[in-house]
Design a protein around this ligand. Structure first.
Ligand SMILES: *Cc1c(COP(=O)(O)O)cnc(C)c1O
Length: 402
């Protein structure tokens, strides 16, 4: 008679007592993971660099861990593709890149407020964004104590109403900053508030146009001084919308990762999505009609059903608001997710695809064969934006670079 252990022998890939590498460090693709195509990012960087032309430099925005793709991976691929500099949101993100030996210019897009932070940025040769004289003076003191110059970029608010000085203060502020001997003001910039909503139209009468005019006017007030500054205004939407927004540099995030700022954004650029989110089927269930599935029984089977339990949940970054709204790709076919998305698991109705097996790979975002699911689809369903979808994937999901 067969013993119990013999029944499962065919399934075991190692015998007990023997320790293989995959036991000590399990395969990152066992449960759920994010696949990052670094070649796609390199391609997008090259495409964007060619698009803006040789007189405009390309800053790859790699904040929030490279929009969830892994900052180091993205920075490396973007620079290979032709990006000239990197943009981060925080001091720590900048330091992390320096520790990984990135030696290009790195601009911190957030506001550093105290002398400790600003000294740290100075030490690591990171460029801070300055919105007023208060921080400029702190920077000057730090640089003076070290007998060096502190390179900064000045931010102007043209209508985002977030960071930046008022437009009408620019001229006076620049002369005050220039008076500080240990400050080297190298750049001036602003940020667009609704360029993604202008849907890639020529900027014409849009709010983006108002911002463009304000920026232009503030620059003109500087006279010849502006020629010595790196002037920049455009994010992805601005970059793709109108070349008048390019100035000396563009700061591109979303499009570097392969996405357009809006679903119906018109562009012939050959951008490639770099990210896929995948997970495995961990159990197949056959259930009767009328059975409640998952927390709150948000879904009840309408027929005798076959269900697949998949090992990914909201703790991995799949927003619970997507419960019962998304589909995923298994074997190149769409299958609907049913019931509430739980912290670590969710369920798919595979009644129409009964051949699906335990261990099979489920593609939640990205393509599988001809079909593809974009972060726009998720954000439209959850009332979010693709930016948030991308940077929502948690560290629990290993990043696998392909
Ligand atoms: C995040 C950010 C960007 C990049 O925006 P995308 O829309 O992702 O291209 C550019 N500039 C600033 C100041 C930012 O904070």
């Amino acid at each position: 008679m067969k013993s119990m252990s013999n029944i499962f022998k065919g399934e075991a890939f190692f015998t007990f007592g023997e320790t293989t590498k995959s036991v000590i460090n399990p395969d990152p693709c066992n449960r759920a993971w994010v696949e990052v195509d670094s070649k796609a990012i390199e391609n997008n960087s090259l495409v964007l660099k060619n698009f803006v032309g040789e007189h405009c430099s390309l800053m790859a925005v790699v904040k929030a861990d490279g929009y969830g793709h892994g900052a180091e991976t993205v920075a490396r691929a973007a620079l290979l593709g032709g990006a000239d500099s990197l943009g981060v949101a925080t001091l720590e993100e900048g330091i992390e890149l320096r520790k990984n030996n990135f030696d290009c210019q790195i601009l911190i897009l957030g506001n550093l407020i105290n002398s400790e932070e600003l000294y740290s940025a100075f030490y690591w040769d990171l460029i801070p964004t300055i919105s007023g004289i208060r921080e400029a003076i702190i920077c000057n003191n730090i640089a003076e104590n070290n007998n060096k110059k502190y390179v900064i970029h000045l931010k102007v608010d043209t209508g985002m109403t977030r960071l930046g000085c008022n437009c009408d203060e620019v001229k006076e502020l620049v002369s005050k900053i220039d008076y500080l001997e240990n400050i080297s003001l190298k750049g001036i910039y602003s940020h667009l508030a609704i360029a993604d909503l202008d849907h890639g139209k020529k900027i014409g009468h849009s709010y983006t146009n108002i911002q463009f005019n304000k920026f232009q006017k503030a620059l003109n007030n500087l006279g010849a001084r502006k020629e010595f500054l790196c002037k920049h205004l455009a994010n992805s939407a601005g970059t793709l919308s109108d070349s008048r927004l390019h100035f000396d540099m563009v700061r591109v995030g979303l499009s570097l990762y392969g996405y357009y700022p809006a679903n119906d954004f018109e562009s012939n650029l050959n951008l490639k999505p770099a990210l896929k989110v995948k997970a495995r089927v961990t159990l197949i269930r056959n259930v009767k009609k009328g059975i409640g599935v998952g927390y709150g029984h948000l879904f009840k089977t309408q027929r005798k059903s076959k269900l697949a339990v998949v090992a990914i949940g909201y703790a991995d970054g799949v927003n619970r608001a997507l419960s019962g709204k998304i589909s995923a790709l298994i074997d190149g076919a769409l299958v609907p997710q049913v019931g509430a998305i739980a912290m670590d698991q969710m369920v798919f109705d595979i009644t129409e695809k009964p051949d699906i097996k335990i261990g099979q790979v489920v593609t939640l975002l990205g393509n599988d064969g001809e079909m593809s699911i974009s972060p726009h689809m998720w954000s439209d369903l959850s009332g979010s934006i693709p930016w948030e979808v991308l940077c929502g994937f948690r560290n629990r999901l290993p990043r696998v670079v392909t």
